[in-house]
Design a protein around this ligand. Structure first.
Ligand code: URA
Length: 448
């Protein structure tokens, strides 16, 4: 890294005027900000200039590099094998990590997974894991390495040493309306993923009403940027563009999603969840060189469910990380939320649309997410969907059940859920869950 001293105002002005920044200028800025040598207002100006004028691929890679090296790049050589992780750009009801991580690990590929908490309307893997009584996601780096070595799997949160620049920049972006920028999101995601010690990465880039990228074309650009950065850093990276026009699966809310994931690991589970899970898991197994093709990886993923090895791996990791495996083995041992309220359809017809963003916000209101950073989440809160897009519904038929410990919110949540669905006379076309694959060779239409 250069020790050259740059003028911060000149760097901001350059980006404001749409000029390209050098790698050294970006490194200087990120390092100075992380060291408290430049104030929030100057970094905010840089972020807004970058948001408005963009960063090209070289600049985005330089930003990722600087954020990655603001902390430790973990060495996982103690665990043999090609380490592969998966990252999702976030959605509503997205519990895929809970299912695919044990599958892939059971197939012999080490999975070091560092996840985040719920963000806005979307849920987070850490909150879901913590809904298992006793499960701990806050561990030291040494323990992170030890769990991986023992279990071939580790499911934890970001430590202080992992990409600290991203932690600070993300908090600043959150309050300066600069989150939804493709190069800034790409740098943020990839700096954390590259720091955790992986060899290869699978990305689930979501588009639709419940995703951060509502439009397929923006999701595609993000996927191309993420794959480009991964490959520049020498990590084989494959992304899929998947549909988030409606919540994924039937369960939304932390413990409800864990329960649905256990159903999936036991061989059941909703079809949309399992189609995407097997594809992502199969791709990870292929990248981890435990299958010669993605198709063979998908077959192995199915086998790991059928022979019970994925479920056993899930029980092992719950016990390793301090969780109560008795409730995982028998979910009826863990009582539901105090209030369970049916939501009924106002008229008969077909469900033609669901506003997944609005439904995500209802789950936050019910207690499943946070409105402020310091809020606690209610592990039992959320909802179950009994109908999805394309299903027929009769007037007064229950299409969802709300779960909460706060009965004061029930009326508002009920009307929020009703407003979030559209019922029409005509059956809509079936939703395609996976649209494209993006790899180093480009963008490919996905045919299942
Ligand atoms: N997730 C991240 O980790 N970073 C972003 O900027 C957006 C989503």
């Amino acid at each position: 890294m250069s020790d050259q001293n740059f003028n911060v105002v000149s760097i901001i002005r350059k980006k404001r005027d749409g000029e390209e920044l050098s790698k050294e200028e970006i490194q200087f800025l990120v390092r100075a900000y992380t060291d408290d040598a430049i104030p929030d207002y100057q970094m905010s100006a840089f972020l807004m200039a970058s948001f408005l004028n963009g960063l090209n691929d070289t600049e985005a890679a330089a930003l990722t590099h600087s954020m990655l090296h603001s902390g430790i790049v973990v060495n996982l050589d103690e665990t043999p094998g090609i380490k592969v992780d998966k990252h999702s750009t976030g959605g509503v009801g997205d519990k895929l990590s809970l299912i695919l991580a044990p599958i892939v690990s059971a197939c012999g590929v080490p999975v070091p997974m560092i996840s985040g908490r719920g963000l806005g309307h979307t849920g987070g893997t850490l909150d879901k894991l913590e809904s298992v009584p006793g499960f701990t996601v806050d561990v030291t780096l040494d323990r992170y390495k030890e769990i991986l070595k023992r279990q071939n799997l580790v499911l934890v949160g970001q430590t202080e040493e992992i990409a600290p620049a991203d932690k600070r920049l993300y908090a600043l972006r959150d309050v300066t309306a600069t989150v939804e920028s493709i190069p800034l999101i790409a740098g943020s995601i990839m700096s954390k993923k590259l720091a955790e010690g992986i060899d290869a990465l699978v990305l689930d880039v979501k588009f639709g009403s419940g995703a951060f990228m509502k439009e397929l074309k923006d999701a595609q650009k993000l996927a191309e940027t993420l794959v480009g950065i991964g490959e520049q850093f020498g990590k084989e990276t494959i992304a899929y563009l998947t549909n988030m026009e409606q919540p994924l699966g039937n369960a939304v809310g932390n413990w409800l999603e864990v329960k649905e994931s256990i159903d999936c690991l036991n061989g059941g589970g909703p079809e949309d969840v399992m189609e995407i899970t097997h594809l992502l898991a199969g791709t990870m197994i292929y990248l981890g060189k435990k299958a010669d093709t993605i198709e063979e990886g998908i077959e192995k993923s199915h086998q790991a469910i059928e022979d019970g090895s994925a479920m056993q791996k899930w029980i092992d990791i719950v016990e390793e990380q301090g969780g109560d495996s008795s409730v995982v083995k028998d979910t009826s041992k863990y009582p539901p939320a105090s209030y369970m309220e049916p939501v009924k359809a106002d008229k008969s017809g077909y469900i033609t649309a669901m506003d997944a963003y609005a439904m995500g916000m209802v789950s936050v209101e019910l207690g499943a997410g946070r409105r402020a950073k310091e809020d606690d989440v209610d592990p039992k809160a959320g909802f179950m969907l009994h109908k999805k897009i394309g299903d027929e519904v009769k007037e007064n038929e229950t299409f969802a059940t709300l779960h909460t410990n706060n009965n004061e919110i029930l009326n508002k949540a009920t009307s929020g859920m009703k407003k979030a669905i559209t019922i029409s006379d005509k059956k809509p076309p079936a939703i395609k869950h996976i649209a494209y694959k993006v790899d180093k060779d480009g963008v490919h239409k996905y045919e299942s």
